[in-house]
Design a binder for this molecule. Structure first.
Ligand SMILES: [Zn+2]
Length: 522
């Protein structure tokens, strides 16, 4: 579209929406633009460099917002509130497809990393309608949304009555839900997922890597359901054949086969950690089925360690060697202690199977390992996604404290994935800022468009788009979170606007800003 100042009337909204290929902007009654009348917008972001790959824009220009939408793009716009963006990039806020940190503290860490929409899609949630209602009542700084949880549906069907009031997380390592299901049980699992899709879930999260006893047939049925409902699935893949001789199916082959056979959009979660040292083979498979027309998207985070429950089936002591891991590569997060040996690991798994741990599968200081990480991150169309983890160690009642209390811990990817990816891809890797914004905002918004079943007004700042905006200093946007100091926020984000409201202003959190809105299937 051409870049021009548009006065804010219904007609200009429609023009902007049509130009951007957006829908749902409402009916318009055309009337002439009143060009002479000076227009004052509610918010103007002034003097920045607008980078919006969806519009092919990279130029100095002002951005105006009215209520929750982008209202105008042009020079010398006037606003009742003006945010200074001199020396900064102004871009559509980052869309994180993979965040388990759906808490206020998690959202705030992600805000400083440039994220405006953060979604729990890999694990998903049970009782989707209730989850949206609860979080809507509590309020969140960022936009949020959920997929339907395949693991949750399995726990309901296969582990029913055994939960004893334990949370889903606590039951997560229980082998009862991980076994092969009968045909009748599969029917019930699928029926639950179908109900959740009807309640607005953004597709189906499939943690098949945590339940290796399940059948390929069930995985294909889940993919067929997703294809029929035209929603994506988000898979934590089963083990690769190189790391688990007993695996029923190579995880990457299973995923691409489901995409090819069912036509479902299969999203491959954290292709970095799921591929390990086989990243070339895995990405080769993905490329091949893509060329043949299958829809497979990938995501990666730029860290050499993962984080999960210490009781996860693939962290059993006898499983580690095949993965090139030793017990000492695992750090138990609640006490911040490194696991000493197999016996220590066995004990921790028995005492606290749901306890968080960090698993160092790559040594980022080694050239060869760093190169493997770069391969997944730089691969064509890899989406930046954090796999953020909710903070542990917060005292009850301190969830909304800011700054975050010093005892709280998480994986540094929660706070730093987007800034660190920017460092790797742009400052070190030579990609353009526009290409980074494409991978951090536009491509994930495209996945989301499939999930909601229509256009989304995210991933672009075209007139009519949602006013989710990140304003950052291009030479100072960097991650500061480390494994030791995991809640240090990224530096360089000067302003963050969500649905037209400032969450970060002049580099400082606005502590009473709760503009986050639900993103759900129509
Ligand atoms: Zn995962």
């Amino acid at each position: 579209m051409s870049i021009k100042s548009l006065t804010l009337d219904r007609r200009s909204f429609l023009l902007g929406c049509a130009a951007a290929g957006l829908s749902g902007c409402g009916a318009a009654t055309a009337r002439p633009l009143e060009a002479e009348r000076p227009v004052e917008f509610s918010l103007v972001i002034r003097g920045g460099r607008l980078v919006d790959p969806a519009q092919g824009v990279d130029m100095p220009v002002d951005l105006a917002i009215e209520e929750t939408r982008v209202a105008a793009i042009g020079p010398n716009l006037r606003g009742r509130t003006v945010l200074d963006a001199a020396g900064c990039v102004v871009a559509p806020g980052f869309v994180d497809l993979h965040s388990h940190a759906q808490t206020v503290s998690g959202h705030r860490l992600q805000a400083f990393d440039g994220v405006t929409t953060t979604l729990e899609l890999e694990a998903g949630t049970t009782q989707v309608a209730a989850a949206y209602a609860r979080v809507g009542a509590e309020g969140r700084p960022l936009n949020y949304g959920y997929s339907a949880s395949w693991a949750g549906a399995r726990i309901q069907v296969l582990d029913d009555g055994r939960g004893g009031g334990r949370s889903l997380l606590a039951r997560f390592t229980d082998p009862a839900w991980q076994r092969e299901a009968t045909a009748a049980e599969e029917d019930r699992i699928l029926a639950i997922l179908e109900t959740e899709l009807g309640a607005g879930a953004l597709g189906i999260g499939v943690l098949v890597g945590y339940a290796p006893g399940t059948s390929l047939g069930e995985y294909l049925r889940v993919a067929r359901l997703a294809a029929a409902r035209r929603v994506p699935t988000y898979t934590h893949a089963r083990d690769l054949k190189e790391v688990s001789l007993g695996t029923r199916m190579d995880g990457a082959e299973e995923l691409v086969r489901a995409a090819a056979e069912t036509g479902a959009h299969m999203h491959f979660c954290h292709v970095n950690s799921s591929s390990g040292r086989q990243v070339d083979r895995v990405l080769g498979l993905v490329d091949r089925v893509r060329r043949e027309g299958a829809i497979v998207t990938t995501e990666a985070y730029p860290y050499g360690a993962g984080m999960t429950s210490i009781g996860a089936v693939f962290l059993a002591p006898e499983q580690l060697a095949a993965r090139g891991l030793r017990p000492t590569d695992i750090v138990y997060v609640p006490t911040n202690e490194r696991v000493r040996d197999a016996e220590h690991l066995r004990r921790l798994r028995a005492i606290d199977p749901g306890g968080r741990c960090i698993v160092h599968f790559f040594d980022e200081t080694r050239t060869a390992d760093a190169a493997l990480l770069r391969t997944s991150l730089f691969h064509a169309d890899t989406i930046v996604a954090s796999d953020a983890i909710a903070l542990v160690g917060l005292r009850p009642g301190s969830e909304r404290e800011w700054p975050i209390p010093p005892d709280a811990r998480t994986h540094p990817r929660t706070a730093g994935t987007f800034a660190r990816s920017y460092q790797r891809l742009v400052l070190e890797g030579g990609l353009s800022i526009s290409e980074f914004i494409r991978r951090a905002s536009l491509l994930p918004a495209n996945v989301l468009a499939t999930a909601v079943g229509g256009a989304v007004r995210k991933g672009t700042l075209a007139v009519g788009a949602d006013a989710d905006v990140v304003v950052f200093k291009p030479d100072a946007f960097r991650d500061r979170a480390t494994y030791e100091a995991s809640t240090q926020v990224s530096s360089g984000v000067r302003h963050l606007v969500v649905a037209g409201e400032s969450v970060i202003r002049d580099g400082t959190l606005v502590p009473d800003a709760w503009p986050g809105r639900p993103v759900r299937r129509a």
